[in-house]
Design a protein around this ligand. Structure first.
Ligand code: SAH
Length: 225
């Protein structure tokens, strides 16, 4: 059914979403009401392969095909909260994957550009955003370590794959005063960094919790899969 559209906050999974928001997010210190509300509305079961739908609200990452994973709900919430979005922002996400993270960001900001290097994943993510009516969330195919120059600069950048270092193009495409959240470290373990680009051009880096993301592959990322 090509024209089937999907509801936000579908009643069938509402209870599971509320339990996730209360038990996994609020209970662990997520305070931003807009993040909690966004994640209480997006039907996460639509972003995973059908055989994983029942596990969609479990407290962990999920496989999405092509050797990639959808992050644990708590990690999506932490990253979204760190970006301090208030509504009017233009956001760049690197690593669209299933499209779930970008859909959450889409309820928090005015525009989201999500870059993905695996065409099949991007096609599926685009279809999900379309069905949910998220017309201001758009996909871009390519190497996200180069950012996405056509719509730069961005108020916020969310990198959802682990980087060896902060890719220079992403700093350049961040508006002065803007914030980037990025996992930086080895291929197997990273720290979640929040990078603020000062109005004087200086970068302020805060190092946060430990995490484990799939590698950011590309020119300014890891060189081989
Ligand atoms: N935010 C995603 C998480 C996906 S996992 C979600 O909500 O589902 C990380 C994704 O980053 C993978 O899909 C992987 O293919 C992608 N990726 C890795 N390196 C990339 C790069 N240089 N440019 C764009 N996408 C990249």
């Amino acid at each position: 059914m090509e024209d089937e559209t999907w509801e936000m906050d579908p009643p069938a999974s509402r209870g599971a979403r509320w339990r996730m928001a209360a038990g996994q997010l609020e209970a662990r210190g997520i305070l931003d009401r807009r993040v909690l509300e966004a994640m209480s509305r997006i039907p996460r079961e639509r972003f995973v392969p059908p055989e994983w739908a029942e596990a969609a609200y479990d407290d962990g990452p999920l496989p999405i095909g092509c050797d990639q994973t959808l992050s644990q709900p708590y990690m999506v919430a932490v990253m979204s909260e760190l970006l301090e979005l208030r509504g009017p922002e233009r956001v760049l996400e690197i690593g669209a994957g299933s499209g779930y993270g970008a859909a959450v960001l889409g309820l928090l900001a005015a525009r989201v550009v999500a870059v993905e290097r695996i065409p099949q994943l991007l096609d599926e993510a685009r279809e999900r955003w379309r069905r949910l009516g998220l017309d201001h969330v758009v996909g871009a195919a390519g190497d996200g370590t180069l950012g996405w120059p056509p719509e730069a600069p961005y108020d916020a950048i969310c990198v959802t794959a682990g980087a060896p270092a902060i890719p220079r193009p992403l700093i350049d495409q961040l508006r002065p005063g803007g914030v980037m959240v990025i996992p930086v470290g080895s291929r197997y373990i990273q720290g979640l960094w929040r990078v603020r680009r000062g109005r004087n051009g200086l970068l302020e880096v805060e190092k946060g919790l430990g995490c484990r993301f799939v590698p950011l592959l590309g020119r300014d990322g890891w060189k081989n899969p």
